[in-house]
Design a protein around this ligand. Structure first.
Ligand SMILES: [Zn+2]
Ligand SMILES: [Zn+2]
Length: 349
């Protein structure tokens, strides 16, 4: 197996060859055709996540080196074990990478994306910056016919994350406004999925006017630049006292403060972004405002099936794709780290 791999954290990826083996049981080997480059790949490549106040969450112990990043994997079934009966050799599949142990209480309730065991492709196990990817069970290989391959790859992370975060808000009435804070790649997916689910646009907040223009063109109901000191007051007035839901796609102190601050009583803020920072809040505000604060991390296999079904219905607007050859993987991580990427980088293998 040829791959672009981490050999030293924080250093450029290197071309490596790793041994492969024949699949057993219901295992599947996928010939990778495309793999998305995600912002969390940058954090893993760095070897840490920022927790704010100069504290770092070291993530270097979670995998052996050399390690192959990439969890947005699309390809063709190249080989399969004798028990894999639902996929065919040559079938085009998108891979659900958020794989758990299958045995712990979290996995048993269908939340294997939240399992602690570290089987996630491209995070704990070798992923898709390679010509081949080993998938431990055929059930993680889904047909995506009708969806462009690059979009299907992005659905495995940003699409699933956006969809699952919206679902976390629960049932919405027609008068429940939802605010999306941060209209980067995942936030734009959030706009697309919100429109598909509710037939109307969310309110979008960002710090960049060009991003807000793009959000407006993508169907946002209204847009606010949070660097404008009047933005929060105007949003509160326009929503008749605040939004029911807010999704923080940035995960920074300022974005969370805005998302939390724009809620009406009984509202719900879901944090998705991993930018970093810390939050402090008087505890009595939780009961007095009756708000819910939750975090969402990607989504379940069942939710991924729902995402793919929505994609196949053709109701999800395409996000811009930037296809690059796989030997530009390291450069692509740097571009993403430095904010020099528009849309989603998809590595073509
Ligand atoms: Zn991702
Ligand atoms: Zn588990």
């Amino acid at each position: 197996m040829k791959a672009q791999a981490i050999t030293t954290y924080g250093q450029p990826l290197e071309a490596v060859e790793k041994p492969t083996r024949q699949p057993e049981g219901a295992e599947v080997v996928v010939n990778v055709k495309h793999c998305g480059v995600c912002h969390s790949d940058v954090h893993i490549h760095d070897g840490y996540f920022s927790l704010g106040n100069d504290q770092k969450l070291d993530v270097t112990g979670a995998r052996p080196l050399p390690f192959v990043l990439g969890h947005e994997i699309v390809g063709e079934v190249a080989a399969k074990g004798p028990d894999a009966t639902t996929v065919e050799i040559g079938q085009k599949v998108v891979v659900f990478p958020w794989i758990g142990c299958g045995e712990c209480p979290t996995c048993l309730r269908g939340d294997e994306h939240l399992c602690n065991q570290g089987f996630v492709l491209g995070v704990g196990k070798d992923g898709g910056y390679a010509d081949e990817c080993f998938v431990p069970h055929e059930r993680y290989c889904l047909d995506y016919e009708g969806i462009p391959a690059g979009q299907a790859a992005a659905f495995a992370c940003s699409g699933l994350t956006a969809y699952s975060a919206i679902k976390r808000l629960g049932d919405l009435t027609d008068s429940d406004d939802v605010v999306i804070v941060g209209a980067g790649g995942v936030g734009m997916m959030g706009i697309a999925f919100f429109k598909a689910l509710y037939g109307r646009g969310p309110i979008v907040v960002d710090i960049n006017d060009a991003t807000l223009e793009a959000a407006k063109a993508a169907g946002a109901k209204a847009v606010y630049n949070s660097t404008d000191p009047n933005a929060l007051k105007e949003l509160m007035a326009a929503t008749n006292g605040g939004a029911f839901g807010a999704i923080d796609f940035v995960g920074a102190e300022a974005s969370f403060a805005f998302a939390n601050g724009c809620l009406r009583k009984g509202g719900h803020v879901v944090v998705v972004g991993l930018f970093g920072g810390a939050m402090g809040m008087p505890i009595p505000m939780l009961p007095m405002r009756a708000i819910s604060i939750s975090g969402a991390f990607v989504g379940s296999l069942q939710e991924f099936k729902e995402v793919i079904a929505l994609g196949q219905k053709g109701v999800i607007d395409a996000i811009p794709m930037d296809h690059r050859p796989i030997d530009q993987a390291s450069q692509s991580l740097d571009d993403l780290r430095n904010g020099n990427v528009v849309g989603r980088v998809i590595l073509d293998v």
